[in-house]
Design a protein around this ligand. Structure first.
Ligand code: NAI
Length: 338
């Protein structure tokens, strides 16, 4: 392999024998599943992030190709590729943030739960690697069904004795990104000005947009509320059907993943007031995991915010969401105890 696919840069022609040592300060980030539909644009966008000094790209296929390609971008992060299970430990050692989009995506007619059996095993293996090689890293888990994979990861970390709930975050940012876009469309606003909290989980009715808390403050008719809630809950299916068998959301997901990862890195750096929605260990409801706004800091999700006042429509939605979430969470926990 070319030099960037080995752990040490060793062409002999590089005057700085290890750019990472002498280069700009920054964070070390690994992407597991980096050659996939999400992984590739995610890798490209993370290579453009000035907070990243080292970018490790791991996959069980095609990691060398993606790494060679991305490594030619003239941005600061040093890129290294890792192919297959034997290289997982090298990919993970020393990482500050690990982003996981590894696994199979949905096809038309499938729910996120249908992915459970394959993705659960993949997430378990990858998290065992994290527990061993970078137990202090922040983990951004994208692989579906997030409502079950996050509890799986938590169980793996508990078993290894490395579990810190603050550092395990299920990525629900795409629901927020979609909600901002669809709400802006209805209100005739620029989506960059809109902030919609989305709580609960990341699947069907567990995705609960809090339209009563939209910023800037606004109100919706019952028809608008119904339309927006349905469209936000089914945004993933809209893409799965449009792609007609070629996978699920990848480009908007990569964008959302980078928006979230960047928030985590700014938190790690010590920036104040970084607040985003994520699916985390929670005491906001009676369930052990729940998505809501969290404050990101040097140690991860340092504060999990309460839901705030809900209207009647949202209270009914919350009950439905909790019912389905409880089953998905239990399914994840049971998987690790088999
Ligand atoms: P994809 O099939 O295009 O890519 C998945 C990648 O994971 C492939 O390159 C594959 O080789 C790799 N992979 C498989 N097993 C692996 C292992 N053991 N270790 C490392 N890499 C492995 O799928 P796509 O579209 O990128 O989706 C990935 C996951 O993200 C799916 O589970 C999908 O459901 C989920 N997703 C989550 C969203 C969210 O909002 N949280 C939104 C969209 C998708």
């Amino acid at each position: 392999y070319p030099p960037n696919l080995q752990m040490e840069e060793s062409s002999g022609l590089s005057r700085a024998n290890c750019r990472a040592k002498g280069g700009a300060p920054g964070f070390k980030v690994a992407i597991l599943g980096a050659a996939g539909g999400i992984g590739q644009p995610l890798a490209m966008l993370m290579k453009m992030n000035p907070l990243v000094s080292a970018l490790h790209l791991y996959d069980v296929v095609n990691a060398p190709g993606v790494t060679a390609d991305i490594s030619h971008m003239d941005t600061g992060a040093v890129v290294r590729g890792f192919l297959g299970q034997p290289q997982l430990e090298n990919a993970l050692t020393g990482m500050d943030l690990v982003i996981i989009p590894a696994g199979v995506p949905r096809k038309p007619g499938m729910t996120r739960d249908d992915l459970f059996n394959i993705n659960a095993g993949i997430v378990r293996t990858l998290c065992e690697g994290i527990a061993k090689c970078c137990p202090n890293a922040i983990v951004n888990l994208i692989s579906n069904p997030v409502n079950s994979t996050v509890p799986i990861a938590a169980e793996v970390f508990k078993k290894a004795g490395t579990y810190d709930p603050k550092r395990l975050l299920g990525v629900t940012m795409l629901d927020v990104v979609r909600a901002n876009t669809f709400v802006a469309e209805v209100l005739g606003l620029d989506p960059r000005e809109v902030d919609v909290p989305v709580v609960g989980g990341h699947s069907g009715v567990t995705i609960l947009p809090l339209l009563s808390q939209v910023k800037p403050p606004c109100s919706f008719t019952p028809q608008e509320t119904e339309y927006l809630t349905n469209r936000i809950q089914n945004g993933g299916t809209e893409v799965v059907e449009a792609k007609a068998g070629a996978g699920s959301a990848t480009l908007s997901m990569a964008y959302a993943a980078v928006k979230f990862a960047d928030a985590c890195l700014r938190g790690l750096r010590g920036d104040a007031g970084i607040v985003e929605c994520a699916f985390v260990a929670s005491q906001v409801t009676e369930l052990p995991f729940f998505a809501s706004k969290v404050r990101l800091g040097r140690t991860g999700a340092e504060e999990v915010y309460q839901l705030g006042p809900l209207n009647e429509y949202e209270r009914i939605g919350l009950e439905k969401a909790k019912k389905e979430l409880a089953v998905s969470i239990q399914k994840g926990i049971s998987f690790t105890r088999k």
